[in-house]
Design a protein around this ligand. Structure first.
Ligand code: BGC
Length: 772
């Protein structure tokens, strides 16, 4: 399944061709997973290339400059469609989409269809759990199903491109957009990225229920300094390649045909004017033949702000003197399509005449855009089936809802369950309490597409429907849904005035479900936080409920890791539900009442305190590793621990598991060979449940310091009480090699340590040797 394209030996190390290193391969995951994750990138089709060439040959310069223009729903006019504009995003009214498409197809000179795009991030109308939640499932099927339904619903209204998956690895929970990605790990991120691409595109995105994916944000957008969105990033070559690029590569190999370049600058160069990442790596090294669109005004943002008017338009990075230069830099760096700003369209002719952009590069950009349009089948089927697009039965079908419910339950992570508080008894009286209890709006999370609050099943509704006894409700306090600049954190759960009612409801019930966390506005774009604890007085609400002595669970809704030390100190049970989507309340009831045994695992470390950030499991070692009994070690003076509160890969279950019998198929492997690690997982408890077998590698002696461990395989398994299964992971050069600081993938001879378990602190270990 995995092909090694190019292999060369450099200075005693094996250097593996870039299209293979870091590939995503299913781990004995069964036929369906193997098919779903196997690379599917098709080579160029001769007939499409001929059609592109013929069309390109007929285009005028101005028509080419129109093709590289991407306009928003608020910008597009009939005149743009008639002039042959390339793309439009955020338009979702099928009648309008059809309207502009008809103009493009009948009134523009060359009848080139418009590519319509939308941010279908975790659902179009059927809203699934936020991607960070889906990543917690450690189940690519969850991501795949989400993308498949999202693409189908989008394509139904005429949207043939979705701005997903977002695959930015991040170590910073302050950053609000951590919610949109897969957390801190490049391997998990790669598996989920490939699953989303396959889910949305299938093998052929021209099909009426498919859409082409745009993988974003290229690249390094997940590590803005201080966690402040859009902020700058500075990183080594090896980090870029080992941590941040792999999920993009996995998405491209899975067939993603479009990429969105990022707002931020990396090493001083803005993402959308970055020749090294866009052209050298993505297009040349990886052979990407689709197109790159800029992020929203990201081209304009590369120019310096005009004096005295810093707020005029979009500006700031200061790598271009003015708009035309910004357009020229972006195009020549490799950006093929300009979103919102219109410098190429407006100044392209002059830029060509001045020699600041080349005809060759413009033609290449247009060629790429046309290629994707042909592959999307837009020339054959440009129009929207209005009957279908306006039929409510096309969206949020009962089957889609069932899939969303399954996905949400599989995404939940049980963080604590003292004294077996969970599952609660559905035959007992339950009080549902908290600002997120009788709440539909927040459950959808950031980027809710065309999801409607009214579609969402609240926790109160889910628990009421899932219980055979009486369910009562008290809000306790409210959170603010205002957006900056009107948002005031002092308005979040500001007073204890409602606590007495909540306590009375708890006292009057047998058990309590306390629904707490963040609003959906608190994460997502432009939603970084300077603290990551429970907003407002929610902790006091927990303490008030704890004082009643009633069994209770805190169900958390949030888009980032939170600091939960106090929460786990006072709540017997804590369930991380993320923002679970349209079926959230039902899924919470399924888990809380034990219909579903939670099996999700954290895709990101949860710090004890914000000051530990960035804290992630796959960090490099130091000469003075943290030791709280020693002063001169890598530690915090005011923290008597070296660890996060919850490590990457962690999650409990209503049953117990052991992971044992780690064996390797061989103890010596050549650099071109592979070794199979097998591990036995046993359900040692009394109910059926899911565990996630995880395998980590460490290269303890290497030419550059290697992470203390790196996830290289996982498999979620379902086991009956007493049942065991053996999970096998095939490990080869793409697993035990790494990128060096010259951007080469090297496989060095020496010992590799293998760790297996069901979280990133796994201690079961074996070693093998990689020979020359
Ligand atoms: C976001 C992108 C998004 C684009 C279009 C930008 O602000 O960064 O993720 O795809 O808007 O909506």
């Amino acid at each position: 399944m995995r092909k090694v394209a190019k292999v060369a030996v450099v200075a005693g190390s094996l250097v593996v061709g870039c299209l293979t290193a870091g590939s995503v391969v299913a781990r004995d995951a069964g036929a369906s997973d193997e098919q779903a994750l196997a690379p599917t990138r098709h080579g160029p089709s001769r007939s499409i290339e001929q059609r592109v060439d013929r069309l390109l040959a007929r285009m005028t310069t101005q028509e080419k400059l129109q093709q590289v223009q991407l306009l928003s729903d608020g910008q597009i006019t009939d005149a743009d469609a008639k002039a042959g504009v390339g793309g439009v995003f955020s338009l979702t009214d099928p009648a309008k989409i059809d309207h502009y498409q008809r103009i493009a197809m009948t009134q523009s000179r060359l009848h080139i269809p418009i590519l319509f795009a939308y941010d279908t991030i975790h659902g179009y109308r059927t809203i699934f759990p936020v991607p960070l939640g889906a990543a917690s499932s450690f189940d690519p099927d969850v991501a795949r199903t989400d993308a498949q339904i999202g693409a189908r619903e989008s394509a139904t209204v005429g949207i043939k491109q979705i701005y997903s998956p977002m695959v930015d690895v991040s170590h910073d929970p302050r950053w609000g957009r951590i919610v949109e990605g897969n957390g801190e790990d490049p391997y998990l991120g790669s598996v989920m990225a490939a699953a989303r691409v396959k889910g949305a595109q299938g093998n052929d995105y021209s099909r009426p229920d498919r859409a082409v994916t745009s993988v974003k944000h290229f690249v390094g957008y997940g590590e803005p300094e201080g966690g402040r969105d859009y902020g700058t990033t500075d990183m080594s070559e090896q980090r870029l390649r080992n941590l941040y690029l792999p999920p993009f590569k996995a998405a491209i190999e899975a067939g993603a045909d479009t990429v969105m370049c990022s707002f931020n600058a990396i090493n001083g160069v803005p993402g959308c004017a970055n020749r090294y990442t866009e052209t050298e790596i993505l297009k040349k090294e990886w052979g990407f033949d689709g197109f790159i669109e800029s992020d929203y005004t990201a081209v304009a943002e590369t120019r310096v702000c005009p004096p005295k008017t810093p707020d005029e338009g979009s500006c700031g990075h200061g790598t271009a003197a003015d708009g035309p230069e910004a357009g020229a830099n972006a195009l020549m760096a490799g950006t093929d399509s300009e979103m919102v700003s219109t410098y190429l369209r407006d100044y392209g002719k002059q830029l060509l005449a001045d020699g600041r952009i080349s005809r060759k590069r413009l033609d290449d950009a247009v060629r790429r855009i046309l290629r994707v349009k042909f592959r999307a089948g837009l020339f054959e089927n440009p129009y929207v089936d209005q009957a279908k697009a306006t039929d409510p039965a096309s969206f949020l079908t009962p089957a889609d809802r069932r899939a969303a419910r399954t996905a949400a339950a599989r995404s939940m992570v049980l963080l604590q369950n003292k004294g077996r508080t969970l599952p609660l008894d559905p035959a007992k009286k339950t009080a549902v309490i908290g600002p997120l209890a009788d709440n539909q709006h927040d459950l959808l999370g950031a980027w809710w597409g065309r999801g409607e609050d009214a579609d969402a099943v609240s926790v109160l509704k889910g628990i009421t429907d899932g219980s055979s006894a009486t369910t009562t409700y008290a809000q306790g306090c409210a959170l603010s849904n205002e957006e900056p600049p009107d948002y005031d954190p002092a308005d979040d759960c500001p007073s204890d005035a409602g606590f007495a009612k909540a306590v009375a409801a708890a006292n009057d019930a047998d058990q309590v479900v306390l629904a707490l966390g963040e609003t959906r506005e608190m994460s997502g774009e432009a939603a970084s936080r300077s603290r990551i604890d429970l907003p407002g007085r929610q902790q006091e609400l927990i303490d008030a409920i704890a004082a009643t002595g009633k069994p209770f669970v805190v169900v958390l809704f949030n888009g980032r890791p939170l600091t939960l030390s106090e929460v786990v100190g006072s709540a017997p049970a804590v369930l991380e539900a993320w923002f679970p989507g349209v079926e959230g309340g039902n899924a919470v009831a399924d888990v809380v009442f034990g219909k579903v045994n939670p099996g999700g695992k954290l895709p990101v470390s949860f710090p004890q305190r914000l000051g530990q950030v960035p804290i992630y499991y796959n960090h490099e070692p130091t000469g003075r590793p943290c030791d709280v009994t020693q002063k001169y070690t890598s530690r915090y003076r005011d923290l008597r621990s070296c660890d996060p509160l919850f490590p990457f890969g962690f999650g409990l279950s209503y049953t117990s598991f052991t992971v044992s019998d780690l064996t390797l198929s061989k103890t010596t492997v050549s650099r071109r060979g592979s070794v199979v690690a097998s591990v036995k997982v046993t359900n040692t408890g009394s109910v059926a449940g899911d565990d996630v077998a995880q395998v980590y590698l460490r290269d303890p002696v290497a030419s550059i310091s290697q992470p203390v461990r790196r996830l290289r395989g996982f498999e979620r398994v379902t086991l009956r009480p007493g049942q065991s299964t053996t999970v096998r992971f095939t490990l080869d050069a793409s697993d035990f090699g790494f990128y060096d600081n010259r951007g080469r993938f090297v496989v060095e001879p020496g010992t590799i340590q293998v760790y297996a378990g069901d979280d990133s602190t796994a201690t079961l270990s074996r070693t093998f040797r990689v020979t020359r």
